[in-house]
Design a protein. Structure first.
Ligand SMILES: C[S@@+](CC[C@H](N)C(=O)[O-])C[C@H]1O[C@@H](n2cnc3c(N)ncnc32)[C@H](O)[C@@H]1O
Length: 356
């Protein structure tokens, strides 16, 4: 099948390519030119090639190609990519370049992002209901950052979040179940952007809580793949870009966190100055354990702290792995019908606005 030459193997794009190639069983050969160039972190041998501007480059490169049966070339540096493409074409070397140049990749990645944001902008505006929403650039910015964070909130749900914040009262923003912080990041940005109030996130990152016993066995066992220390650390890393004095995390179950919140003690944290919560919830995102009893308990505890105009976001109201959120959502809509001003489903989540 031949090998892929990764040249110059000097940056994160090279390291990512090598890791992915290893997983799919693709043989790779690393090369670099400058003595100071980084070495593959996995410890692969790095062959030295002269600079592409050196007369000696071509014969040395061709000798490496022959020696290691190289068939493809991956170049993660724009200038080298352009040079190698020309060399391979002009000399008809019969080698394939893997992927596009880093510059073209950026251009296309940005265009795809803007197309995603343009698709979502009408939804954001619809959910803002004329209250003035985010611009196209802001929607794209939120999507881009959120997409860098592993998570389970899809574009449509994030777009609806971006819209409803334009119509939220001031107060605390709550999240039950944060995983690595995708939705928490968006909530923190929106809370700041609309001057709503501080964010409190709650997640114990413990397998006992995370197992959803009412879901199929194959889904339950997914929990075993997580390293909960990585979840916690990953969450903290992901929130650094927006970390401010208006966010605290409680590494507790929803039940334990509520006791702290109700006692006015949710704002104490080591990392930042004390966060002042009002005790009145403006927006709550319930996305913890999805078993019926857990979701019902989350609603029972926290919804007592909502106020006129507050929003409830009940995640996975439409869900393939169980019906806890669906049953609790329906019970809420029936039992509290007189408190419900608007309710709609978007991105599988139920969005409910309480009456002013
Ligand atoms: C579906 S994930 C959350 C996804 C996240 N909101 C996102 O958008 O990426 C569910 C999270 O709920 C947490 N969880 C489970 N039981 C909980 C409980 N009793 N209280 C708070 N969080 C809980 C789990 O640790 C897990 O990280």
């Amino acid at each position: 099948m031949g090998a892929t030459l990764v040249f110059p193997a000097v940056n994160q794009a090279a390291a990512d390519y090598l890791a992915a190639a290893r997983q799919r069983g693709e043989r790779t050969v690393c090369a670099a030119s400058l003595p100071s160039d980084a070495v593959d972190p996995e410890g692969d041998e790095v062959h030295r090639l002269p600079s592409i501007y050196d007369q000696d480059f071509e014969p040395r490169f061709l000798s490496l190609v022959t020696q290691y049966s190289i068939r493809r070339v991956f170049c993660p540096v724009a200038s080298v990519h352009a040079f190698m493409r020309r060399l391979i074409d002009q000399q008809q070397l019969g080698l394939a370049m893997v992927g596009q140049s880093p510059i073209r990749q950026q251009v296309e990645q940005h265009r795809r992002l803007m197309a995603r944001a343009e698709r979502l902008l009408p939804l954001v505006r619809l959910c803002a209901d004329g209250a003035g929403g985010l611009s196209l650039i802001e929607v794209a910015g939120v999507l881009r950052q959120a997409s860098l964070i592993y998570g389970e909130s899809n574009d449509d749900k994030l777009a609806a979040m971006m819209g409803i914040f334009a119509r939220a009262p001031t107060g605390d923003v709550l999240e039950i179940g944060s995983l690595m912080g995708r939705s928490a990041f968006v909530l923190l940005y929106l809370a700041w952007r609309y001057r709503i109030g501080p964010l409190l996130t709650v997640d114990p990152w413990m397998s006992d809580n995370a197992v959803q016993r009412q879901s199929p066995q194959s889904f339950q066992t997914l929990v075993e793949e997580w390293d909960f220390d990585v979840l916690r650390e990953g969450f903290l890393v992901n929130m650094v870009a927006l970390r401010a004095d208006d966010h605290n995390h409680l590494q507790l179950s929803s039940q334990q966190a509520f006791e702290r919140y109700a006692a006015g003690q949710a704002g104490r944290c080591e990392a930042t100055a004390k966060v002042s919560y009002s005790g009145r919830i403006a927006v709550i995102h319930i996305d913890g354990n999805h078993d019926y009893e857990f979701v019902r308990n989350d609603c029972r505890l926290w919804l007592g702290r909502t106020q006129p105009g507050s929003w409830l976001i009940l995640d996975d109201y439409v869900w393939a792995h169980g019906d806890g959120p669906y049953r609790v959502g329906n019970e809420f809509l029936l039992e509290q019908a007189d408190r419900v001003e608007t309710a709609f489903v978007c991105g599988k989540a139920l969005f409910v606005r309480l009456r002013d």
